[in-house]
Design a protein around this ligand. Structure first.
Ligand code: FES
Length: 145
């Protein structure tokens, strides 16, 4: 049995595996990360912020159907959420929303959740760096005036 043959997938999970949502890289983003899981598969997430909410989230993976389903559900759950809420999304949330993937593929949801949260944290780091840069520029302008 392979993870792509449909056994052990709920109807929702199978649909996300076959038709992953928001699949593909983003040209503009506030956070991006690529993580390789212990299985050797890679997952990549791009996140864009609008104020403090996730305006756009997309992903790609070179993994099997279960990893596509998990990545797809992760972007579905995260899209539109406040950043602080998205940072709390866990493996169990993805598995519950999918309603069933083969037991041997449940770790795919862990990789999806970890990659999503890491991309969100990168957003925070970039925001903080921009804030520091802005305050340094303000200070320089004050000193120059
Ligand atoms: Fe590697 Fe699912 S088997 S992420």
């Amino acid at each position: 049995m392979t993870c792509d043959d449909g056994d052990g997938f709920s109807a929702v999970a199978l649909d996300h595996a076959l038709h992953p949502r928001h699949y593909g890289p983003a040209q503009e983003y506030d956070g991006h990360v690529r993580i390789t899981g212990p299985c050797g598969d890679t997952m990549e997430f791009w996140v864009s912020l609008r104020e403090d909410s996730l305006e756009r989230v997309s992903f790609v993976t070179d993994g099997c159907g279960a990893s596509r389903a998990c990545g797809s559900m992760a972007v579905t759950l995260a899209g539109g959420r406040r950043l602080e809420e998205a940072l709390k999304l866990e493996q169990a949330d993805i598995l519950e929303a999918l309603g069933g993937v083969p037991a041997e593929s449940e770790h795919c949801a862990l990789l999806a959740a970890t990659t999503l949260r890491t991309a969100c944290r990168e957003c925070l780091s970039r925001e903080a760096a921009r804030g520091k840069q802005a305050s340094a520029t303000d200070k320089l302008q004050e000193e120059g005036s």
